[in-house]
Design a protein around this ligand. Structure first.
Ligand SMILES: O=C1O[C@H](COP(=O)(O)O)[C@@H](O)[C@H](O)[C@H]1O
Length: 226
């Protein structure tokens, strides 16, 4: 497939996902005073953020947070918060309230209690969680090789500090328990490698091997493009 065709496909996918998410938020805002949107970081969501940011809805009643974050300053190039601020919280969506998964503490372990308190105070259950997935089957910051994976899959806490030998920075991840409570789940992935990984994950049930499996037992809408 030509690069331009691939970009077109990904852009169409981003528009379709943005419409579905905007509709879900409008639906919930018609029934409740605030709605919570949980997004993922990484490279895949950038066109989706741009597409969603321009949708008309009452963004002033929307809370936005992340499924996971790297323990870096909010202006660091690897910061998911920076990604969201630059690509989603612009245009009409700038009226939404963003809730960060970092503090000024030295480590995710030192910051996780404050973050959990901050995030627990939002209007749960979330209207929407949009998951991403890494090439190793990780989602949020629940990595297959993480010493904290078991905790992430089983704790009833809101969030946890997580590390993985495959990534350099410490992370904060929302727990499976918290993410699974959302009213709607979407999985947004792109590329043949991710499709193959999804097929492998779908064909088994051990979430310790491929953490994305911890969410495939629920209704989850798959948004994939080449
Ligand atoms: O590290 C992360 O990776 C995954 C997938 O990212 P992508 O660049 O392959 O789209 C993402 O879902 C997660 O939030 C992020 O922190």
């Amino acid at each position: 497939m030509k690069t331009t065709d691939m970009q077109d496909e990904r852009s169409r996918l981003a528009q379709a996902l943005a419409e579905a998410v905007a509709e879900a938020l409008r639906e919930d805002l018609a029934q409740q005073s605030r709605a919570l949107l949980v997004v993922s970081g990484g490279s895949t969501p950038v066109p989706f953020f741009a597409a969603l940011a321009s949708r008309e809805l009452d963004w002033s009643r929307v809370d936005v947070t992340l499924a996971d974050e790297r323990w870096v300053a909010p202006d660091h190039q690897d910061s998911n918060e920076r990604l969201v601020r630059e690509n989603l919280l612009v245009g009409p969506a700038a009226a939404a309230r963003f809730h960060a998964l970092t503090t000024t503490a030295d480590s995710p372990e030192a910051g996780v209690a404050d973050i959990s308190e901050r995030i627990a105070a939002l209007s749960w259950p979330a209207s929407v969680v949009i998951f991403g997935m890494g090439g190793d089957g990780h989602t949020a910051s629940l990595f297959p090789d993480s010493p904290q994976l078991e905790e992430g899959l089983t704790t009833e806490a809101v969030a946890l500090a997580a590390h993985s030998p495959s990534v350099s920075q410490g992370r904060i991840s929302l727990s499976r328990h918290r993410l699974i409570q959302a009213r709607r789940h979407f999985l947004h992935i792109a590329g043949d490698d991710k499709r193959a990984m999804f097929a492998r994950a779908f064909g088994g049930d051990d979430a310790r091997e491929l953490p994305i499996r911890a969410f495939l037992g629920e209704a989850i809408a798959l948004y994939w493009a080449p």
